[in-house]
Design a protein around this ligand. Sequence first.
Ligand SMILES: *[C@@H]1O[C@H](CO)[C@@H](O)[C@H](O)[C@H]1NC(C)=O
Ligand SMILES: *[C@@H]1O[C@H](CO)[C@@H](O)[C@H](O)[C@H]1NC(C)=O
Ligand SMILES: *[C@@H]1O[C@H](CO)[C@@H](O)[C@H](O)[C@H]1NC(C)=O
Ligand SMILES: CC(=O)N[C@H]1CO[C@H](CO)[C@@H](O)[C@@H]1O
Length: 314
Amino acid sequence: MSFTKFLPLACFISAVYAATYSLSDNWIGPGFLNTWTHENIADPTNGRVNYVNETTALSLNLTYVTDDTLIMRCDDTTVLSASGPGRNSVRLRSDKTYTTHVAVFDIRHMPQGCATWPAAWETLESDWPNSGEIDILEGANDVSPNQSTLHTSANCTMPATRTQTGTATTNDCYGGDNNNAGCGVQAPTTDSYGPNFNENGGGWYAMERTTDFIQIWFWARNDASVPFDVSSGPAQIDTDTWGEPTAYFPNTDCDLASHFGENNIIFDLTLCGDLAGAVFNSDGCPGDCVTYVNDNPSAFTNAYWDIGFVRVYQ
Ligand SMILES: *[C@@H]1O[C@H](CO)[C@@H](O)[C@H](O)[C@H]1NC(C)=O
Ligand SMILES: *[C@@H]1O[C@H](CO)[C@@H](O)[C@H](O)[C@H]1NC(C)=O
Ligand SMILES: *[C@@H]1O[C@H](CO)[C@@H](O)[C@H](O)[C@H]1NC(C)=O
Ligand SMILES: CC(=O)N[C@H]1CO[C@H](CO)[C@@H](O)[C@@H]1O
């Protein structure tokens, strides 16, 4: 068998596809105030929040930074008037946009509590869903799904069988189908979301987007298998060494190059709205979601993000 005949070709292929990237952006603490924008907009998902601008967020201490920390929270002191605006909160968007890239998130704490619907995600708001949406970490009311999801324009589905540690929920990514459920994958462990994530000191999420696949990994804070690339932020990374992803979205039945365009990175915290409000009671939360938010400021004491860093590699 003339095996050696194929060796040069194999070497060539592995050189072309070696998944190495270089650090292009490293946001820590005060860096988020310079090149990210506090979106002072009406919540597109109809939540009971009032997204404030940066000046207001800093003066109310809803956004707070130190050298190595970014905190974003919603108000937890004000009883709201039922006829007035929603609870003050923060929606922070990177000014830069990205196509193919790797984003690594060090998250020490995420918003928790009934009514909360936090997300760390990427999209282009002005061209949704044609430029795609990648929800890296998202959930509601402290309960499952601790889910990663794509939302796209028509004609994008995921194969039922994939190499991933998570469990697919729906495989049709088109936002116009299934009430915009998208194609979701639930993480296999409870420490990937909400109170269990927080008790553990959080962890790392990472997302790699190429034209061939989008994949997402999660490592809990105490997971000794977290790659050095992820926890320590070297100048070069190699995603080939990161192991099986939590969620894997290949281009088998979805032309990722045409369904995904330039995307911003976004952190937000809304309350109630299209997701958390719709499943408020079935998730075990009491009464009416909006009334709960209006009347119970102290229920939101733990409704905050604590971000160590966001690093982007290209
Ligand atoms: C921020 O919002 C506050 C409250 O609505 C407003 O008074 C202020 O002018 C805004 N600041 C900027 C820089 O937009
Ligand atoms: C602002 O929030 C941070 C983080 O939650 C906290 O450590 C700090 O004491 C707060 N500052 C004030 C003035 O309340
Ligand atoms: C759907 O996408 C496939 C590629 O994944 C493409 O070949 C096909 O033409 C598309 N169909 C429509 C109706 O756009
Ligand atoms: C905290 C939480 O919601 N954990 C859920 C994560 O997803 C799995 C299923 O994949 C659920 O069993 C957990 O309850």
